[in-house]
Design a protein. Structure first.
Length: 172
């Protein structure tokens, strides 16, 4: 999840150890000339990384080995979110995707009327995400069904933050 939690506080309970110099443990190649604009998401021992050629990669955090690579749609410009057994993200092809964390198969996709450049926030089974079509969407995280939308009149490229029962976001 972008900035660690639904409120995007950036706070994390992780402890950083300074036991000496750092050494590269492994490296992962996405392919030649593949742009990586999104931040990675780690859930358990798996790293999920979307790239601009439209692929979502699941990578073993301990070994750097590819667990699966899925190509559901267009470029993935922002961070994904993991909730339950799905990884969620938007794409420049105008869709929001939910992939199985097990094998990368597409569980559902939801079409918007514009590129999706926002990172999703998933709280209590609801996925919140903005689109360049001028809407902030609330989707059922299990089915991809639309629960509601807010028409803003401008592209929603910022990522929503959820805190205190409210959804906060910006629109152009």
């Amino acid at each position: 999840m972008y900035q660690h939690d639904p409120a995007h506080s950036g706070r994390t309970p992780a402890t950083v150890f300074n036991d000496g110099p750092l050494y590269l443990q492994w490296a992962y190649a996405f392919g030649e000339r593949v742009e990586v604009e999104a931040q990675p998401v780690i859930s358990g021992s798996v790293i999920y990384q979307g790239v601009m050629n439209g692929e979502m990669h699941a990578i073993d955090a301990d070994t750097g080995a590819a667990l699966w690579i899925a190509s559901p749609g267009g470029p993935i410009p922002h961070t994904a979110a993991v909730y339950g057994n799905r990884v969620y993200f938007g794409s420049l092809d105008g869709n929001v995707y939910a992939l199985s964390t097990v094998d990368g198969s597409t569980d559902w996709q939801f079409p918007t009327a514009g590129p999706v450049m926002s990172a999703p926030a998933v709280v209590d089974g609801r996925l919140y995400i903005g689109s360049n079509d001028g809407n902030l969407y609330a989707l059922d995280a299990a089915t991809g069904g639309e629960l509601w939308r807010v028409v803003t009149g401008g592209p929603v490229v910022s990522s929503p933050a959820v805190a205190g029962g409210r959804v906060y976001f910006g629109s152009e």
